[in-house]
Design a protein around this ligand. Structure first.
Ligand code: PNS
Length: 164
């Protein structure tokens, strides 16, 4: 049984994330989408529970995809699974430098952990969660940027943030 772990902040999940996860679900028997903490990023817009809820809504149509979260190191979390592969999406060469470093650190913690990269589909290379958050703060149209099922969740959250 092959297992992929797709980690990320998912603040919020975008069409770019969904594209990578859907492609992963075709390649691997099981895919674990793991909401993790990125300490280099500023205060998240969504709580872990909100991120899990949005991911569950979006991913329920994939029978071999499960959603989970981890508060600690990803390489430690990955030890729960037998020979898992970390799968990351790469949008541009600039993503590679950071991901290459992460791969080396993760391997140091868990030497049997492999990382694979999927290049982003062309139409999503511009897309990031931060672009979505920015658009949402201006109450802009989010269709095509995030899955339709979570547009209302994001719109309501952005309204909450604007009122702060
Ligand atoms: O979507 P992101 O923010 O690019 O995802 C990055 C993430 C959350 C996968 C990364 O920051 C991560 O692995 N966080 C968990 C802590 C960890 O293991 N850090 C790497 C070793 S320092």
């Amino acid at each position: 049984m092959s297992t992929a772990i797709c980690p990320g902040s998912f603040d919020p999940v975008t069409m770019g994330h969904l594209d990578v996860i859907a492609r992963c679900a075709k390649i691997f028997d099981n895919v674990i989408v793991c909401v993790s903490h990125n300490s280099t990023k500023s205060q998240p817009m969504f709580t872990v529970e909100e991120k899990l809820s949005m991911l569950n809504k979006v991913l329920k149509r994939f029978p071999n995809v499960q959603v989970d979260c981890s508060q600690g190191l990803l390489a430690e979390y990955s030890k729960k699974y037998d020979q898992p592969v970390l799968v990351k999406g790469l949008r541009a060469a600039s993503d590679f430098e950071y991901e290459f470093q992460m791969n080396l650190i993760n391997k140091r913690i868990n030497p049997s952990l492999e990382t694979m990269f999927l290049t982003a589909s062309e139409e999503f290379t511009f897309l990031s969660s931060s672009v979505v958050r920015e658009m949402a703060m201006y109450d802009a149209d989010l269709h095509g940027l995030v899955p339709d099922e979570i547009i209302e969740d994001i719109r309501l959250k952005a309204k909450e943030w604007r009122a702060k």
